[in-house]
Design a protein around this ligand. Structure first.
Ligand SMILES: [Zn+2]
Length: 378
């Protein structure tokens, strides 16, 4: 298998997909693209290494269940009941992710791109959390009392001979390269500390860093690589917004390739799910069924989000719905194999023109109608 699309791990915060469908865009997009390529459903990826998660766990009445189980229950609650993902769930602390992370760290330590060195960092005097520079209150406990502590840490040296992100890191055709992202992601220190104080995460004691875990921004990359490795994909394509990519790209620089598996980012915009009610008159005019509305909202819109830099505006919704319906109602003769093959090639190369092409979209819709996918509804 060459490509596998995987969602940028979703933060396991307090929401459900029913109330916050915007959180599912990356998952829905990855599922749609994998299905077009005829690939099996990929696991849904989750980011559980968060300070908010540490705090939530402490606040839960006397946590009587292990943290891993606590996170798993929170994830399960996000899905409509009985709708767990066909491809399974993988979190950023699963054993296979931790194993791959340590393997990648050890390779990087040998290559000298990562080092373990004594670093002086500000920590909270009250709780020991690494507070970062800037003198703001501790994010873990609110104390403003910090002190400098010198300890061993895992440090990344950013490559000088190449930018944080270049063309080979982005799954997009040449014309759609995100120049802005490539510039902003480069505005970062030359050295990054990749070890963190967290209660839950990938334990770094096997490399001699007791009490520290791997920075979750690194872990997100390793989770995607681990999922790709499980499916023997050569190219793991992570669906992610430009903002999120900007936040994690530098931390992932030495974690985008392992054992012949490469990682690329496929950028998508936000969707105006809060404004779907504005489509009601149009839905009525077209006498749509619930199935059509669901497919437009949970399949077409996520696919369309690949074509937008930051967000789809609510004002675009009627035109997008009409485009989707025209393709849906097109003569089934348009579902020819050559058009479908061209779309599959486009999906593999990051070309998104087909999404706004009626004939191409009709071919994909017709193919889906004959081989319906059994993806979980999220
Ligand atoms: Zn604190």
């Amino acid at each position: 298998m060459r490509h596998l699309f995987l969602n940028g791990p979703v933060q396991n915060g307090p929401f459900t997909f029913a109330t916050r469908p915007g959180k599912a865009v990356g998952i829905r997009l990855a599922a749609a693209l994998n299905a077009i390529l005829g690939l099996p459903p990929a696991p849904h990826l989750w980011n559980t290494v968060t300070l908010a998660g540490d705090l939530r766990y402490h606040e839960a009445d006397g946590p009587t269940i292990p943290r891993r189980r606590f996170e798993a229950d929170l994830i399960a609650d996000k899905y409509p009941s009985g709708q767990s993902p066909v491809g399974g769930i993988m979190t950023d602390t699963d054993a296979e992710v931790a194993d791959l992370a340590l393997e990648t760290i050890e390779n990087n330590l040998r290559a000298g791109t990562l080092t373990i060195s004594r670093e002086t960092v500000p920590i909270c005097r009250a709780c020991g959390h690494m507070t970062g520079i800037g003198g703001h209150p501790c994010n873990a406990c609110g104390s403003t009392d910090t002190l400098d502590r010198t300890n061993l840490h895992l440090v990344a040296e950013l490559a000088k001979e190449r930018p944080v992100l270049d063309r080979s890191d982005i799954h997009a055709s040449h014309r759609r390269q995100p120049k802005h992202l490539q510039r902003t992601s480069a505005n970062i220190a030359q050295r990054l500390i990749l070890s963190r104080t967290r209660d839950h995460g990938i334990d770094l004691s096997p490399v001699g860093l007791n009490g520290l875990v791997l920075d979750p921004r690194v872990g997100i990359h390793v989770t995607v690589l681990a999922a790709a490795r499980r499916h023997e994909a050569e190219m793991a394509v992570m669906t992610i917004t430009e903002n999120a990519a900007n936040h994690i790209a530098a931390h992932g620089q030495h974690f985008r390739e392992q054992d012949g598996t490469r990682l690329q980012y496929a950028l998508h915009g936000h969707l105006p799910y809060d404004h779907m009610a504005s489509l009601q008159p149009l839905y009525e005019a077209y006498r749509t069924t619930q199935e059509i509305e669901d497919d437009f909202e949970a399949w077409f819109l996520p696919v369309f989000s690949l074509r937008t830099r930051t967000a789809t505006s609510p004002g675009q919704l009627p035109a997008l719905f009409k485009h989707y319906m025209r393709a849906r109602l097109a003569d089934p003769v348009t579902a020819d194999a050559a058009v479908l093959e061209a779309v599959q090639h486009a999906v593999s190369t990051g070309d998104t023109e087909w999404i706004t092409n009626k004939r191409a979209l009709a071919a994909v819709l017709a193919a889906r109608a004959t081989a319906p996918v059994t993806a979980a509804k999220v």
